[in-house]
Design a protein around this ligand. Structure first.
Ligand SMILES: Cc1cc2nc3c(=O)[nH]c(=O)nc-3n(C[C@H](O)[C@H](O)[C@H](O)COP(=O)(O)O)c2cc1C
Length: 179
């Protein structure tokens, strides 16, 4: 049984949903999981966990600043323990941006930090126009149309591959068990 810290950074809640799916899978396998919003203070020491996973979504070309702030503040500990990172963004809905190597947001994040998580991946996120302010709807619409997806100011589209989410969760516990 592993003790896993699963941190997430979200604007509209989809990354938290992905984190909860991973946590449910781990708990079913009798792992102990703390799911925690990375923008809030963490009361436990990282050393009390066997592995740390960070998931962050992208908005306006960048992951939330809370994600990189956490990594910067805990770099030494993160480098010494099994860790994983996943990004959630909409560029990941089409190849070659559906892999960590091909996704510009993942590559930008990794270039911004010396942290080298043992496992890194990217998941396509969710578009929910109904939640956004008009300015954001227009920005999202123009980005989607520019890449061939016809969406409208009321569109809701979920692009996440949930089997890939479950496979990543499984890979994390397997990698942790092998250490
Ligand atoms: C205003 C806005 C800006 C966004 N900017 C980007 C972007 O620059 N690149 C990208 O790939 N996805 C972008 N997205 C898509 C989000 O990453 C996607 O909706 C994701 O699922 C959000 O996750 P969250 O609900 O956890 O915040 C943007 C979405 C919105 C609403």
């Amino acid at each position: 049984m592993a003790r896993i810290l699963l941190l997430y950074s979200t604007t509209d809640g989809h990354t938290r949903r992905i984190a909860e799916v991973m946590a449910t899978q781990w708990r079913a396998a009798e792992h102990e999981v703390l799911v925690h919003d990375v923008s809030l203070p963490l009361r436990s020491a990282l050393s009390s966990f066997d592995a740390v996973v960070l998931g962050a979504s992208v908005r306006g070309g960048r992951h939330q600043v809370f994600a990189s702030e956490f990594v910067g503040a805990h770099l030494d500990e993160l480098q010494q323990m099994p860790s994983a990172f996943f990004s959630v963004n909409l560029q990941a809905r089409t190849p070659p941006k559906d892999t960590a190597e091909g996704n510009p947001h993942v590559q930008q994040f990794l270039a911004s930090t010396p942290w080298r998580p043992s496992l890194v991946t990217v998941f396509a996120g969710k578009l929910d126009m109904r939640r956004y302010r008009w300015k954001d709807r227009l920005m999202a619409m123009s980005a989607m149309w520019a890449t061939g997806d016809r969406v409208w100011p009321w569109s809701v589209r979920e692009y996440t591959d949930w089997a890939a989410v479950r496979a990543f969760a499984e890979a994390i516990t397997q990698a942790e068990a092998a250490t």
